[in-house]
Design a protein around this ligand. Structure first.
Ligand code: 16G
Length: 247
């Protein structure tokens, strides 16, 4: 298809107009994951701009996660990173469903253990009280997205351990069976390389960068729900936040 003419007298930079035109094609499904994007030369010729301008447009698509360049293959469309709004307390299942993706899990561990170390204080329970420990590989549309470790104090949620977490959503069960309402969470975000085990489970290169989110999440009644660590693939996830003004 012939590219739309650019607005050359306006205030919107040309590279930006080209970049947005390509993003629109990707979002409209005219360009699919794996498809080649026009080369720098082709873009420059069809939009009547300099190679520099075309290069900038392609560069921005790559840095925004819409494309990748590979020697011999050119620049091709990739699946954009999921943007996780870290101001929301939604669980994985709900978050993926809202995006129109199909969530699933591979249950790696589901055990009862006794609270030791930092857990009693974080979960506000006695040392040695029963904790449900979950380790799940979280999958969306068949692609492994994250590894999650959760610790939930069973004294507040008795019987929770009988749930089959290979198919159930933790937050849905807590909401439906225990009336839990999440109020706030303390979160820490951190970058670190994937361990060997993580790279195998998530099918990513060894030492690939992971985005780690550790959190303690509380109910409206100030009862701890969960201490969790979610380890997201750095090439599939990024975090966003709206920063409010402080007065
Ligand atoms: C989110 C939570 C995780 C929780 C899970 C429940 C973050 C950083 N992590 O991934 O702590 O265990 O949701 O998901 O938000 P589920 O309801 O699908 O089991």
């Amino acid at each position: 298809s012939h590219p739309l003419p650019l607005d050359k007298d306006g205030f919107i930079p040309l590279y930006y107009q080209i970049q947005q035109a390509l993003i629109e094609k990707i979002q409209a499904g005219e360009l699919l994951v794996g498809d080649c994007l026009p080369s720098e030369y082709e873009l420059a010729r069809s939009y009547q701009v300099s190679r520099m301008t075309a290069r900038q447009a392609l560069h921005n698509l790559k840095s925004r996660g819409y494309a990748l360049s590979q020697k011999g293959r050119g620049t091709y469309v990739t699946r954009p990173k999921l943007e996780k709004n870290i101001m929301h307390l939604r669980g994985f299942t709900e978050d993926m469903k809202r995006r129109g993706m199909m969530p699933s899990s591979r249950l790696l561990e589901q055990n009862i253990l006794l609270a030791t170390g930092a857990l009693p204080e974080q979960l506000r329970v006695e040392e040695g009280s029963a904790i449900l420990q979950l380790r799940r590989l979280r999958i969306a549309d068949g692609t492994p997205m994250a590894l999650e470790d959760s610790h939930i104090p069973l004294q507040h949620y008795p019987g929770l351990e009988r749930t089959d977490f290979s198919s159930e959503s933790l937050y849905k069960v807590l909401r439906d069976k225990y009336g839990v309402r999440a109020a706030w969470a303390d979160e820490v975000l951190e970058a670190s390389p994937a361990t060997r085990e993580e790279s195998e489970l998530l099918s990513i290169p060894k030492n690939a960068i992971m985005l780690s989110i550790s959190r303690v999440i509380m109910t409206t009644a100030e009862i701890p729900i969960e201490v969790a660590c979610s380890r997201y693939c750095g090439n599939r996830y990024r975090a966003s936040i709206r920063v409010p003004t402080t007065t």
